[in-house]
Design a protein around this ligand. Structure first.
Ligand code: PLP
Length: 414
């Protein structure tokens, strides 16, 4: 066999995204002709609204098909500036704003700009898989604050304070959260701000991607609203992917202190480059346009959440609290652990349970190990109504035939 040159040792620092892995298995099964109830992807099932698509077509026809400045066109950054003022009562200058090819690569450059080897970055568990992955990729260490189902999947001020050490470099706050939907209230953010105020050397990254997807009339609030005195060390990351059903357009943006944003700009200038000029034109239409399309999406997610949570809580071994935002439910499957499938495999973890659902019932969910809080699994409710209802019903059927000591789970105390 021919020998090959080696690969970078950086690859040993982090795992590939477990969500991407589940999505890849689901895609393979679909290619094999299997019908699938796919709850693995975190993207709206809705199409991008027409007025946004139209703005992209018009940009193409105007010839806006070239590079833009690395951090986005002035028109796009002005739209972001207007958005922060209108939706969040926050004022930023243009140099404080950066637009990139999605919030994910932007988060990576933000973390790369502020942390390096040996630093610790604190975040709630469960967390979004890529928050942990990016932290590891930049050479830092994720430090998890357990945010259990009993505490509404929220980090408490005490939990945060206990996690901070002399090596802590940053805290990531994600609200509404992927995967739990936990959405911090103003009072809860004030509690966290009181702890953060005592640690002047900490950067704070707020991931506000699901800002517009909040339920039951809740009002979104970001840390900058309750703690403007911390503005010198807060960077607010956001994007159009989730709210406007624009995951494929790849536009994210962030605003923060100039010194940090200049560092991010410097990194982007050599690696990421500028975001798509066409997508930026579309994103301007999204940010400046009406929010009624988003309201229609959110009403659908809320109705699906209600149905999914109600159904899941009827299944033995499952307990599920209603998420306050985002478009996921994150049920506990603690009562399923230790059971056996009809084929005789033991379910020892949420990963085993997810594999059983996928292989034997064609239902794709993401196991809790991907989000650092187990035993849970994530169901995306950004899935068409009928598919969601049927898929959730299948999860119930799958559970009803699990056995424990010769009995069916359904007839023993789950
Ligand atoms: N932040 C959170 C919490 C997410 O769930 C996601 C996508 O799943 C992102 C950021 C990335 O968004 P984008 O599509 O802008 O890269």
């Amino acid at each position: 066999m021919m020998s090959q040159p080696g690969l970078s040792p950086i690859l040993g620092r982090f795992k590939p995204s477990a969500i991407a892995a589940t999505i890849a298995i689901a895609a393979r099964m679909r290619a094999e002709g299997r019908d699938l109830y796919d709850f693995s992807t975190g993207e709206p099932d809705f199409d991008t609204p027409d007025h946004i698509k139209k703005a992209a077509v018009e940009a193409i026809n105007r010839g806006e098909t070239k590079y833009s400045p690395t951090d986005g066109t002035i028109a796009m950054r002005e739209a972001v500036q207007r958005k922060f003022a209108r939706d969040n009562s926050l004022t930023f200058t243009l140099p404080q704003i950066i637009v990139a090819s999605g919030a994910k690569p932007l988060l990576a450059d933000v973390l790369r700009a502020l942390a390096s080897d040996g630093d610790e970055i604190v975040l709630a568990a469960p967390c979004w898989t890529s928050h942990a992955g990016i932290i590891e990729l930049v050479g830092a260490k994720p430090v998890y604050v357990t945010a259990s189902q009993a505490q509404g999947f929220k980090m408490t001020p005490g939990g945060l304070a206990d996690a901070l050490t002399a090596r802590s470099r940053a805290v990531i706050l994600c609200s509404p959260s992927n995967p739990s939907g936990a959405t911090y209230s103003e009072a809860e953010l004030l509690g966290l701000a009181a702890v953060l105020r005592l640690h002047p050397d900490l950067w704070i990254v707020t991931d506000d991607l699901y800002e517009h997807i909040v339920f039951d009339g809740r009002r979104f609030c970001t840390l900058l609203n309750v703690a403007p005195d911390l503005a010198d060390r807060i960077v607010a990351v956001n994007g159009v992917s989730k709210a406007y059903a624009m995951t494929g357009w790849r536009i994210g943006y962030a605003a923060g202190p100039s010194r940090l944003m200049d560092a991010v700009r410097k990194l982007m200038s050599q690696a990421a480059g500028c975001p798509s000029s066409i997508s930026q034109a579309a994103a301007i239409a999204a940010l400046d346009g009406p929010l009624d399309c988003v309201e229609v999406f959110v009403a659908a997610y809320q109705a699906r959440r209600n149905r999914a949570v109600r159904a899941l809580n009827l299944f033995p071994g499952i307990s599920c609290i209603p998420p306050e935002g985002a478009f996921y439910v994150y049920p506990s499957c603690e009562g399923i652990i230790g059971t056996a499938t009809p084929k005789g495999s033991r379910i020892a973890s949420s990963t085993d349970f997810a594999r059983y659902l996928l292989e034997d019932w064609s239902v794709a969910v993401v196991p809790g190990a991907a989000f650092e809080l187990d035993p849970h699994f994530r169901i995306s409710i950004a899935t068409a109504d009928a598919e969601l209802d049927e898929g959730v019903a299948r999860i119930g059927l799958a559970i009803s035939v699990l056995g424990r000591r010769g009995n069916q789970l359904g007839v023993v105390n789950g």
